[in-house]
Each structure stands twice: as structure tokens, then as C-alpha cells.
Design a protein around this ligand. Structure first.
Ligand SMILES: Cc1cc2nc3c(=O)[nH]c(=O)nc-3n(C[C@H](O)[C@H](O)[C@H](O)COP(=O)(O)OP(=O)(O)OC[C@H]3O[C@@H](n4cnc5c(N)ncnc54)[C@H](O)[C@@H]3O)c2cc1C
Length: 620
């Protein structure tokens, strides 16, 4: 008898099991293959635009995706540095094998987690509440709550040209039984697809003709616990498809499961296959490809941008027409996979299903795509499963405090009609939800529930205090022209004629706080006396100073919306009686059952005037 059973040790399941166990639940993690814990099914990389922010949020909350990424990192880059700080996004290439091993170590080091290698094929349900699971080996386990995180495995079918295999990933069995049981219980079950490129033999790549892409020289990291930046030296390489490659690929279309109607599931718009790309962007005669190392100690490379389910022969012939890959050998072919998902509008904001009490869903089965999106949901489902098992309140994050909040709110209130991937454009409060301040946004909250432990909490408090001290110094310190004018001239900035507060210099768009500290001795001494990482402090303060206008405006809007948005809609509210609500609005409100005014306002089809009617009604 467990508090929480987690089914599947992918990215969602690993975070879920870890969070629930840290909070004190007795957890059983059941997964098909214990050598594939947190396996990176597709590219060996974590983070990227908006996804990097999610990893840092998971870390700030006390999850492990960031720490494991740091431990397995072979290259770090901060993407979008040339854009505003809302867009800066950390990304890491990881050693796929070490990533999985490090996750296993994290989970095994937690005494509250038991493991069982097996496939769950039935849920045990009693009086509309989950009671446990039954496995393929016929073993029954009982628990107060269950978190399902089956990823791409439920009724998975793999396609390579005309070849069709049953599987959850290549060389792995599919999961069977759960979808049909859920369907019989009245759940909606849908079908999606995704794809992955071939992995190739690095010894057969001609690197001499390829463009090298190095990591950031200064390095970087994901976890707020890491004091030093990690510098690594593994490069990626860039090459391009060409007209000949496209012609070869087109030859295979007749045997393509995508184009001959075999694949019915909807694919990810933002990770299209190469065949999709040459059809959708037929005017382009080349597409960029990134060759990414699979690890530090392997010769295997991943071809980012070349996902394909075309016949193996076509894949190989096309690849050999690409510059640098003329003699390439394939280790594993690209393939597409179709799998079941459960439309997430069937969930509460805690990720518990509305139909079956104490049953939670997280990750790819909710119609998302990506390790980061899965990890974020897993963490939240793990927390909420623990809370439910212990009669504690739901733990929900709002849209103005995290990307994870945006993700879950979008899933539950809007649903998905294609694999959902996070983007900065999905968040209305981008400048608040930056990668540098996830700890300031979330760690105290996670500490309150017992997930972010002492050290993490102390570090963020120290960071906040030290930032305040630095800003106070900048506000108080008056700088003389002779102390700063040479520096200003060097930076092509207008010189000062009389004393000014240092903060006014720091706020100038072209002035770097780090360079300013190198110029003003007492400022440098103050930063060096701080225990937080000096670069992190100056980066974070610089963003807050230079973007203070935008940040304030977003905060005001968020406060206003959250004041109204938090108003709860009582259960059993009869929308049919509210005749002033539009017909579309009423249908959507009845089907989505929002729990707050905020959620109601984000449902497509519910207009601002519908919300006004609702507010008047609730006020009454
Ligand atoms: C071929 C392929 C291509 C992909 N391409 C992309 C891409 O381009 N971009 C992108 O962002 N993401 C891509 N992904 C998706 C990415 O891998 C997932 O988003 C992510 O891994 C989801 O995490 P998860 O934890 O939900 O599920 P998974 O990582 O799939 O983990 C599921 C886990 O559950 C276990 N499991 C399943 N069923 C059972 C059961 N019944 N009993 C016990 N254990 C079970 C499995 O063994 C596995 O360990 C791709 C995935 C695949 C397979």
C-alpha cells in the first residue's frame, strides 16, 4: 500500500516520483525498463526558448531536471542574447547516457521511492476513485493516488516507410490496456504523432567541411544551486539540405506513411519532419541541420532538423547527398510514432482527472511534446498527488508567476489540437517570467510546502537581500564626473557635468553593470563581498533596472487580473439560467467547467462581456 504510485519513469514520472517522495509520501515507481529512466527519446538537449525557463522553474521549485542537466551537460548556450531579456533562454547539449544515469541516482538516493520494473496494463478503480494498478506480470499494487505518465507508449505504433511496428519507442514495447479501460470509463482518447531523425556514425562525418557551433565561452548552468558556471567544449556542427536531397526525399513519398494516409495522428507543428518541411516550404532550396553529439564518450550523432519516417533506403540516400555526410553510415533510422493521448480538458488544475478521483495525468499523455513540458507537469502532479494522499490543499501556479502555470492553464482551459510546445509568446507576462528570476518567483512558495529545502531557500533569500543591498548602494552613491567620464567616453555615452547618482548611469541602456563595477572601485568591492554568484547578481539587477518600466506595467496588469481572476466560481453554477451569456460562451463554460474567473476568461469563445455577466452573477 503506497501513498503515490507513479506509472512510467520518463521525464514526467521521474519528477513526479521525486517530488512526492521528498514531500514524504511513500512512492512506488513502476516503469517498463529501469535502464531507460528519463530516457531522452529524441534530441540529446535540454532547454531552449521558453523550455529553458521551465527547467529553471522546476529547479527553483526543488525538482531535479536542472541539476541532472548540469551533471550531464556537454555544451551550454544562452539563446537569444541579442534580444530582450524576456527571450533569453538557456539550452544545453547533454550526454544522453549520463543524463539517464544521473536521474536514476537521484531517484535511488531517495529512501521513500520503491521501484518495480513491469508494465501497468490496468488501473484498479473502486467507487470512482483510483485504488491501485495491476501489471502485465499480474502483480497488484495499491495506493491512495496514481500518477500516469506513459509518454508515447500507449498503443504506440512506429513507422519507417511501409514498415509498421508496435512500440513505445524504437526497440521498446508499447503499453496496452490503459487507454481502452479509460475509454470504457468515459474518457476521451485521441491520437497524436511525433518523429525523430536518424542517428549517425560520427566516424563517417567529414567535419572539415562543416560549420562548427561552439558553446558559450563563459559556460553556464541551469540549477540555482550551482555556484560556478560549467564550461564544456563539445561542439555541434551545421550543414544544410539541398535541392538534390529534396528530390531524393520526394522519391520516397509514395512509401511515406505521412503522405499515403497511414499516419492519422496529428504531429508537432514546431518540430516538423523533413518531408513536411520540403512540402510546406517548397520555395526553399535548403534547410539547416545541426549535428549534435549524443555524448562525451560516443561517436554517435543526432541530426537535428531531419526527423523522418521515410523508408530507410530513402533516408540514407538523402543523407549521403548532404555536404559532410557523403560517406555517412546510419546507426538507427529516423521514425515516426503514433500514440494515444488524453485531451487535457478532462483534468483539474492540479492535473487530477475529473472523472476518477485521485488519478493524475502528466507529460506527453496530456497532449504536450518535450522533456521540459513533461518534467514541469510531472513535478506538479507529484506534489498534488502527495497533497491529495495527505488531505492537503492543491498546489497551483498562476500564469503571472511561471511558465508551468501558463502550460497547465492552457492545457486544462483551452485543450490541445496538436502537440503542445511552450513558447515565450504563450505567456502574457514574459518580462516577469524570466530565466534569471525563477528562484525569486518560486522557491519561497516551494519552501512553504516543504519541497525546496534549507540550502535552496537560504540561497534565494541571500540573493534577494544582496540584490537589495546593491540597488540601495547604486541609489545612494553619488559619482563625480572625474570618476566616471573616461568610462562614459569609452562607451560613447554623454559625459556628466556634475555629481549624479550611480543608478542613473547604471540605467543607461548601453552601460554594462559588470563593466561599471570594474570602473567604480567601491561598487566592485561591494559585489565581491557578496556570497551569491557575481555574474548572476549583476545580470539580474541589470535587467531589473533597464526594464523597470515594462516590469512595473506587467506587474500592475497581472495584479489587476489576478484580483478578479482569483474569484472562485462555485460548483454547480447553472450557466443555462444565465441568459445574457452568449450561446458559444455558455457552451464553452459548461464543457470546460472553469474553477475561477481567470480560467473562464481564457477560454476561447468566452467574451469579456460574458465575464462581466458572470462577475455580476457571482457578486449577487
Ligand atoms: C520518436 C520520438 C520523437 C520525439 N520527438 C520530439 C521532438 O521533436 N521534440 C520534442 O520536444 N519532443 C519529442 N519527443 C517527445 C519527448 O520524448 C517527450 O515529450 C518526453 O519524453 C515526454 O516525457 P514523458 O515523461 O511524458 O514520457 P516518456 O519520456 O515517453 O516516458 C514514458 C515512460 O513511461 C514508461 N511506461 C509507459 N507505459 C508504461 C506502462 N504501462 N507501465 C509502466 N511504464 C510505462 C516508459 O517505459 C517510459 O519510461 C519525441 C518522442 C519520441 C518517442
Amino acid at each position: 500500500m503506497y501513498d503515490v504510485i507513479v506509472v512510467g519513469a520518463g521525464h514526467a514520472g521521474s519528477e513526479a516520483a521525486s517530488a512526492a517522495a521528498i514531500l514524504g509520501s511513500k512512492v512506488l515507481l513502476i516503469t517498463m525498463d529501469m535502464t531507460k529512466i528519463a530516457q531522452m527519446s529524441c534530441n540529446p538537449a535540454m532547454g531552449g526558448i521558453a523550455k529553458g525557463q521551465i527547467i529553471r522553474e522546476i529547479d527553483a521549485l526543488g525538482g531535479f531536471s536542472g541539476i541532472v542537466t548540469d551533471r550531464s551537460m556537454i555544451q551550454f548556450r544562452m539563446l537569444n542574447r541579442s534580444k530582450g531579456p524576456a527571450m533569453w533562454s538557456p539550452r544545453a547539449q547533454c550526454d544522453r547516457f549520463i543524463f539517464s544515469l544521473e536521474w536514476r541516482k537521484v531517484l535511488e538516493s531517495n529512501k521513500n521511492i520503491d521501484f518495480w520494473q513491469d508494465s501497468v496494463n490496468e488501473l484498479i478503480i473502486k467507487r470512482k476513485a483510483i485504488a491501485g494498478v495491476r501489471t502485465r506480470l499480474g502483480v497488484e499494487f495499491f495506493s491512495k493516488t496514481v500518477v500516469l505518465t506513459n509518454g508515447t507508449f500507449e498503443n504506440g505504433i512506429i513507422h519507417i516507410g511501409k514498415t509498421k511496428l508496435k512500440g513505445g519507442r524504437i526497440s521498446e514495447s508499447p503499453s496496452k490496456g490503459i487507454s481502452s479501460q479509460l475509454y470504457d470509463l468515459g474518457f476521451e482518447v485521441g491520437r497524436m504523432k511525433t518523429g525523430t531523425p536518424a542517428r549517425i556514425d560520427g566516424r563517417t562525418i567529414n567535419f572539415n567541411v562543416l560549420e562548427e557551433q561552439k558553446g558559450d565561452i563563459e559556460g553556464g548552468n541551469f540549477s540555482f544551486l550551482a555556484r560556478e558556471k560549467i564550461t564544456t567544449n563539445k561542439s555541434c556542427y551545421i550543414t544544410y539540405t539541398n535541392k538534390k536531397v529534396h528530390d531524393v526525399l520526394k522519391e520516397g513519398f509514395q512509401d511515406s506513411p505521412l503522405y499515403n494516409g497511414t499516419i492519422k495522428g496529428i504531429g508537432p507543428r514546431y518540430c516538423p519532419s523533413i518531408e513536411d518541411k520540403i512540402v510546406t516550404f517548397s520555395e526553399r532550396d535548403k534547410h539547416q541541420l545541426f549535428l549534435e553529439p549524443e555524448g562525451e564518450n560516443t561517436i554517435e550523432y543526432y541530426i537535428n532538423g531531419f526527423a523522418s519516417s521515410l523508408p530507410l533506403k530513402t533516408q540514407l540516400k538523402a543523407l549521403r547527398n548532404i555536404s559532410g555526410l557523403e560517406k555517412v553510415n546510419i546507426f538507427r533510422p529516423g521514425y515516426a510514432i503514433e500514440y494515444d493521448y488524453y485531451p487535457p480538458t478532462q483534468l483539474r488544475y492540479s492535473l487530477e482527472t475529473r472523472k476518477i478521483k485521485n488519478l493524475f495525468f502528466a507529460g506527453q499523455i496530456n497532449g504536450t511534446t518535450g522533456y521540459e513540458e513533461a518534467g514541469g507537469q510531472g513535478l506538479m502532479a507529484g506534489i498534488n498527488a502527495h497533497n491529495r494522499a495527505n488531505n492537503l490543499e492543491e498546489f497551483i501556479l498562476n500564469r503571472d508567476e511561471s511558465y508551468i502555470g501558463v502550460l497547465i492553464d492552457d492545457l486544462v482551459s483551452k485543450g490541445v489540437d496538436e502537440p503542445y510546445r511552450m513558447f515565450t509568446s504563450r505567456a502574457e507576462y514574459r518580462i516577469l517570467l524570466r530565466q534569471d528570476n525563477c528562484d525569486e518567483r518560486l522557491t519561497r512558495k516551494a519552501h512553504e510546502i516543504g519541497l525546496a529545502k534549507g540550502n535552496r531557500y537560504d540561497l534565494v533569500n541571500k540573493k534577494i537581500r544582496e540584490k537589495e543591498a546593491i540597488i540601495k548602494f547604486l541609489e545612494d552613491y553619488s559619482i563625480e564626473p572625474q570618476e566616471i567620464n573616461i568610462f562614459l567616453e569609452k562607451n560613447r555615452e554623454s559625459v556628466i557635468k556634475q555629481k549624479v547618482k550611480l543608478i542613473d548611469i547604471a540605467k543607461r541602456p548601453q552601460i554594462s553593470l559588470k563593466e561599471l563595477s570594474d570602473t567604480v572601485n567601491s561598487f566592485k568591492q561591494l559585489i565581491e563581498s557578496m556570497s551569491s554568484n557575481a555574474d548572476d547578481l549583476t545580470e539580474s539587477i541589470e535587467i531589473e533596472l533597464k526594464y523597470s518600466g515594462y516590469i512595473e506595467r506587467e506587474k500592475q496588469i497581472a495584479n489587476k487580473i489576478s484580483r478578479l481572476g482569483r474569484i472562485k466560481i462555485y460548483k454547480g453554477l447553472d450557466y443555462n439560467k444565465m441568459t445574457s451569456i452568449s450561446t458559444e460562451g455558455r457552451q464553452k463554460l459548461i464543457s470546460k467547467k472553469p474553477e475561477t474567473i481567470g480560467q473562464a476568461s481564457r477560454i476561447p469563445g468566452v467574451s469579456p462581456s460574458d465575464i462581466s455577466v458572470l462577475l455580476v452573477h457571482i457578486g449577487r
